[in-house]
Design a protein around this ligand. Structure first.
Ligand SMILES: Cc1cc2nc3c(=O)[nH]c(=O)nc-3n(C[C@H](O)[C@H](O)[C@H](O)COP(=O)(O)OP(=O)(O)OC[C@H]3O[C@@H](n4cnc5c(N)ncnc54)[C@H](O)[C@@H]3O)c2cc1C
Ligand SMILES: *[C@@H]1O[C@H](CO)[C@@H](O)[C@H](O)[C@H]1NC(C)=O
Ligand SMILES: *[C@@H]1O[C@H](CO)[C@@H](O)[C@H](O)[C@H]1NC(C)=O
Ligand SMILES: *[C@@H]1O[C@H](CO)[C@@H](O)[C@H](O)[C@H]1NC(C)=O
Ligand SMILES: *[C@@H]1O[C@H](CO)[C@@H](O)[C@H](O)[C@H]1NC(C)=O
Ligand SMILES: *[C@@H]1O[C@H](CO)[C@@H](O)[C@H](O)[C@H]1NC(C)=O
Ligand SMILES: *[C@@H]1O[C@H](CO)[C@@H](O)[C@H](O)[C@H]1NC(C)=O
Ligand SMILES: *[C@@H]1O[C@H](CO)[C@@H](O)[C@H](O)[C@H]1NC(C)=O
Ligand SMILES: *[C@@H]1O[C@H](CO)[C@@H](O)[C@H](O)[C@H]1NC(C)=O
Length: 612
């Protein structure tokens, strides 16, 4: 241990009086750990918990944000969204996208122990079997549904819906596809807004597949989604609740909060580069220090910060690094590429339903009564996140066969590289070609969704699930204190717009069902007079907004096909550096991503422990 490290750590120990009460006690803080994990969010806490099960292994998590204080906007599902712009949010924006009506969009990103799971909207679902099997087809042995299912199960404990909800909506739970010993409590809301009945009936009327339990790999059609919530208190269960609180008493598990990892410390020569530790900066007192990693550094900062940290540390595209005078440590141009996202296009509707979530904000009496009910019985409107039945629709469900095959032919005829950004590295282009092939083959598949449909209050949100567009995350300075340019280039490939237009047309079919006509549902925006492909495409561009399902920017894959990490999640060209967060997903599943992030992180922990 060098004196400078000791000095650095002494300041850290002294400066975290609040965090210390729950994390590292002053005398406990070590100068080195076997594993140093950057980021205490969904993936980081999962891996930390599992690695620290081995009592002879020491683990440190370094998290930029603080512990939350159990604020109502974090714990109460009906107040979801209340954490955006709070002190638990990085409060950053995505890059300008000139195609969209709103060129710059704020992007909530959790900055707390628990990461984005502290402020997200709690849908806890999985994609379809084929969404994961295609990862393996991209050259990733073992990354398939069968294997991941074990880890999806390991991560969670399912509880059935309350009997009245189960009976009214005929919700069945297939015990063979859920876990019962996992740390994340997951169950269904105890209160469904009455319009849920109409939307379910509308799906039934159209003969849409409703799987017995969408966790079984048939995650298409329409389904009731569980959330990460406690079965008794109905409150949110964050990654902190699940994976930190259950491990915090282990003497070999430490967490350092309010501390930014500013750089990876590398050593060795090209070909045998390793990471000796990390440089950190206190966000409370503007001082810096270092921590040594004896075995590995594990990156879990999320799809924006992880590629940024690699780049500021000299791992990335030499042309980009040179612009910011960063010495190249590992020439790995793929870092930051393959960044993609889901895109929401909200149709505004009106209807005469007498009870909807916005009553909580427009009627103070109703809100007060509902709050009292929540506090007293953990029941009623505030237990709901507002959307419990979600549509995940294959193209052939929303489109007729001629449009489906026309879209597939258009995709097959497209110049694959035409809509990629300038200067996309050759390896990334090769990887994208492989993805493109898989996406296009699966386009007409009956068992894999391309559009999500969310009915929420006065919106029908049509959401793109299998984007063809790809962008990148690139640094805009050499400092982790600055925001990188995170640009998914969503909708740059016109196929994405065309698929969304089909989604809008299908939403209109839904509006015309008897079940929605009963509520006198009518479209307000874009308005029923907007019908041509061109006008609907213009609406998609005007109204499209990030779904905040950021992924893929340090993708897992063969190096010659744009991989940043291999199938063991190791960064190419570095001996002891892994990535375990949402950035490693090669292709987002058609679902909300967090359950997949937790499953991947559970699997990552077993890989690191040499168990698979
Ligand atoms: C508004 C919103 C709503 C969402 N709703 C849902 C939903 O309903 N269902 C769903 O499945 N998914 C949802 N998601 C997505 C889901 O929350 C993420 O996919 C998931 O949390 C990603 O996990 P992660 O481990 O990659 O990153 P995160 O959970 O974001 O964790 C990253 C952590 O690393 C820390 N960190 C980063 N860089 C550094 C650094 N240099 N030094 C120290 N610490 C660092 C961050 O502060 C953060 O705590 C939502 C996301 C958003 C933004
Ligand atoms: C986040 O940004 C918004 C808009 O720029 C601002 O109003 C708000 O104060 C910021 N919040 C924090 C915690 O910095
Ligand atoms: C209830 O769901 C089960 C399982 O999906 C299904 O077999 C059954 O037909 C459904 N019953 C009704 C009345 O819809
Ligand atoms: C809820 O809002 C609707 C209008 O959207 C209104 O007709 C109804 O009276 C409201 N109900 C309550 C309880 O506030
Ligand atoms: C507001 O809510 C109260 C309590 O539910 C209800 O009695 C009242 O009619 C509602 N007001 C309106 C305008 O709907
Ligand atoms: C198929 O749907 C498209 C709209 O996507 C429509 O223009 C076309 O007329 C339909 N074709 C048939 C054969 O129904
Ligand atoms: C990038 O940095 C420059 C110089 O600091 C700044 O002017 C610009 O706004 C930044 N761009 C983005 C997208 O943040
Ligand atoms: C909504 O409109 C339908 C059809 O006109 C009507 O039967 C129903 O009673 C109305 N509901 C409310 C709450 O006004
Ligand atoms: C649809 O109607 C609205 C309101 O009347 C009008 O502003 C808009 O231009 C129309 N759009 C089209 C494509 O006709």
């Amino acid at each position: 241990m060098t004196p400078s490290i000791t000095a650095g750590l002494a300041f850290l120990a002294a400066s975290f009086s609040v965090g210390l009460a729950r994390s590292v006690s002053r005398s406990d803080l070590r100068a080195s750990y076997d594993y140093v994990i950057v980021g205490g969010g969904a993936s980081g806490l999962t891996v930390a918990n599992r690695l620290s099960e081995d009592a002879d292994v020491t683990v440190l998590v370094i998290e930029a944000g603080p512990f939350d204080e159990g604020e109502d906007f974090i714990t109460i599902p009906g107040l979801g969204g209340g954490g955006f712009g709070s002190r638990y949010d990085w409060n950053i924006s995505l890059a300008r996208n000139d195609l969209l009506g709103i060129p710059v969009q704020a992007c909530p990103q959790g900055k707390a122990v628990g990461g984005t799971t502290v402020i997200n909207l709690m849908a806890f679902d999985r994609g379809s079997r084929s969404d994961y099997d295609r990862w393996e087809r991209l050259g990733l042995p073992g990354w398939n549904w069968e294997t991941l299912l074990k880890y999806f199960k390991k991560a969670k404990t399912i509880s059935p819906p309350q009997p009245d909800i189960a009976k009214e909506y005929n919700i069945t739970v297939d015990h063979s596809v859920h876990g019962f010993k996992g740390y994340i409590q997951s169950t269904y809301a105890p209160f469904y807004w009455p319009t849920t009945r109409n939307i379910v009936d509308a799906f039934l009327e159209l003969g849409i597949h409703i799987p017995a339990d969408s966790g079984n790999g048939d995650a298409y059609g329409g389904y009731f989604t569980p959330q990460n919530r406690h079965p008794v208190t109905a409150a949110r269960v964050s990654a902190r609740d699940a994976y930190y609180e259950t491990a915090r008493d282990r003497p070999n598990f430490h967490i350092l909060t309010d501390t930014l990892v500013t750089r990876l410390l590398t050593k060795g020569k090209s070909g045998s580069i390793s990471i000796s530790g990390v440089e950190v900066s206190s966000l409370r007192c503007l001082r810096t220090g270092t921590v040594t990693a004896d075995k590995e550094v594990i990156l879990a900062g999320g799809a924006i910060r992880t590629p940024q940290l690699l780049q500021v540390s000299g791992i990335g595209d030499p042309a980009l690094l040179e612009r910011f005078d960063i010495p190249v440590v590992v020439d790995l141009p793929a870092v930051g590429h393959n960044f993609h996202d889901h895109l929401h296009v909200p149709l505004l509707v009106d209807h005469n339903a007498s009870l909807v979530p916005s009553n909580l904000t427009t009627n103070a009496t109703y809100a007060a009564e509902s709050r009292e009910l929540y506090d007293r019985e953990r029941a009623g409107p505030y237990t709901s996140v507002g959307a419990d039945f979600l549509g995940f629709l294959p193209l052939r469900t929303i489109s007729n066969s001629s449009t489906t095959s026309a879209l597939q032919q258009a995709a097959a005829a497209q110049d694959v590289t035409e809509f990629l950004g300038d200067n996309t590295p050759a390896a990334v282009v090769r990887g994208y070609k492989a993805m493109y092939k898989v996406l296009t083959e699966r386009l007409p598949a009956p068992d894999s969704a391309v559009i999500e449909l969310i009915s929420a209050d006065r919106q029908l949100v049509v959401s793109l699930q299998q984007p063809y567009s790809r962008g990148s995350v690139r640094i805009n300075s050499s400092s982790m204190e600055d925001t990188p340019i995170a640009d998914s280039r969503v909708l740059h490939n016109p196929l994405d717009v065309e698929i969304l237009v089909e989604g809008i047309r299908w939403a209109r079919t839904l509006i015309e069902t008897e079940a929605l006509a009963e509520l006198q549902t009518r479209e307000v925006l874009p308005g029923a007079n907007v019908t041509s492909d061109r006008d609907l495409a213009a609406f998609v561009l005007e109204a499209g907004r990030s779904a905040y399902h950021l992924a893929g920017s340090c993708t897992m894959g063969p190096k010659e096909r744009g991989g940043v990490v291999d199938a063991q999640l190791k960064v190419y060209g570095v001996t002891n550096l892994r990535i375990v967060d949402a950035s490693v997903m090669p292709l987002l599943p058609a679902s909300h991503p967090q359950a997949t992030v937790f499953g991947v992180a559970e699997m990552a922990a077993d890989i690191i422990r040499g168990r698979i």
